[in-house]
Design a protein around this ligand. Structure first.
Ligand code: FEO
Length: 393
């Protein structure tokens, strides 16, 4: 990543990891990701906001050398995850006078992850400030975006808010600032879906807090910087809202074509009634696409044949993902076929531990291939889905 002065005496450092294809070994990355770090030169002290992932230690060291930085007073950690703290031990060796400035929870986590000493830290609490001379850092604890240790750092004089992972994107095809390219929206959405959505319940409070603060600029730790904060704040407000798209997600698999006939029939009927259907084949699942679709769909229909007595194993991974990401759904549906008996419903409801409040529409589980009576049961399922969608309209 190029070194850029974004505000007087505030610089981007950090790296673009364009070859990274997976995050957390789960989510495909279409263009890698960036690990953003920011250097702030006060007229008395110098602070670095976050570091980078350990494999890129030489990159950030080189950038700081290029800038002629011979000492750093503070390394602020807004979050302890290794993609932002991996280079910390090396930087502490290079700048031994630097204190790690962070909150108590982040201290606990980074001491567990890295070989750090208690005396390396300066622990800050909510609203505490730290002077760099003509620039002041103000710290605000914002837990669960997406770890319990997360906090925001506000550079008061410049009205610049560092939000760590919050409002970030796995994006690398930008210069420094978001430049109104709409291609950032799906990257912001997939990042929100995969990382932030399980904690969405607290975000309304955080978004309101940011709007009242009214920063001129928002600098996350992944992706571009926003000089128009309302752009990214409005997207988050939309994604956490109760309002859903007229859309249903079907996650399915079929072994001998019987469940596939049910999927095709229900999909056709729903489309005829003006409902968008997003089908995810569980055998060739793209976890990123599924995560994005469940942000704003009304419901999820699981379509699976019975294997032994339970669901096909292929639908378990996407169901595990749905349960983990906790989308704000209006309903679940279930359909599939079996040969001699089935316990699909019992096994699926048992695993959806985080989604117990989401109602199941009457399942359609049929013996063998779908016949006339079975199609009428599918019609009833479709009617129930349409009713759910009309309840919002
Ligand atoms: Fe980008 Fe939660 O670390």
């Amino acid at each position: 990543m190029d070194i850029k002065e974004i505000i007087q005496n505030v610089y981007t450092v950090g790296v673009k990891d364009i070859h990274r294809s997976l995050f957390d070994q789960i989510m495909p990355l279409s263009e890698g990701t960036s690990y953003n770090s920011y250097l702030i030169k006060g007229n008395e002290k110098i602070a670095l906001i976050d570091t980078v992932y350990a494999p890129f230690e030489p990159d950030i060291e080189y950038q700081l050398e290029e800038m002629g930085i011979t000492h750093i007073d503070y390394i602020v950690l807004d979050h302890g995850e290794p993609d932002h703290t991996g280079a910390l031990p090396t930087l502490l060796q290079k700048y031994p006078m630097a204190k790690i400035v962070t909150n108590a929870k982040c201290k606990e986590i980074t001491m567990a992850l890295l070989d750090l000493k208690d005396t390396d830290y300066l622990v800050v609490g909510e609203g505490q400030t730290l002077s760099l001379g003509d620039k002041t850092l103000e710290f605000h604890l914002m837990p669960w975006v997406h770890w319990p240790d997360t906090m925001f750092t506000y550079l008061k004089e410049d009205q610049l808010l560092f939000t760590t992972d919050f409002l970030g994107a796995h994006a690398t095809k930008f210069d420094v600032f978001w430049d109104h390219d709409p291609r950032i929206i799906p990257l912001l959405k997939s990042y929100y879906a995969e990382i932030m959505m399980p904690f969405a319940g607290i975000f309304k409070k955080y978004l309101t807090w940011i709007e009242e603060l009214n920063p001129k600029m928002i600098a996350p730790s992944h992706g571009p910087i926003y000089r128009e904060p309302s752009f990214v704040l409005d997207l988050y407000k939309k994604w956490i809202s109760e309002e859903k798209q007229n859309k249903v997600v079907i996650v399915g698999v079929s072994m001998y074509g019987n469940t596939q006939k049910m999927i095709d029939y229900v999909s056709h009927q729903l489309k005829e009634k003006g409902i968008e259907v997003k089908y995810h084949n569980a055998i060739r699942l793209d976890a990123c696409d599924l995560a994005c679709d469940i942000v704003d769909c009304m419901g999820v229909i699981i379509a699976t044949p019975t294997v032994v007595f339970g669901p096909h194993p292929a639908v378990m991974a996407p169901l595990f993902l749905v349960n983990m990401l906790k989308p704000n759904l209006r309903y679940f549906g279930l359909m599939g076929s079996y040969g001699w008996g089935t316990k699909i419903m019992e096994q699926i409801t048992t695993m959806l531990t985080n989604m117990k409040q989401i109602p199941f529409l009457t399942p359609v589980l049929i013996k063998g291939g779908p016949k006339e009576d079975d199609f009428r049961m599918l019609d009833t399922l479709v009617t129930h889905i349409v009713q759910k969608h009309h309840e919002q309209a």
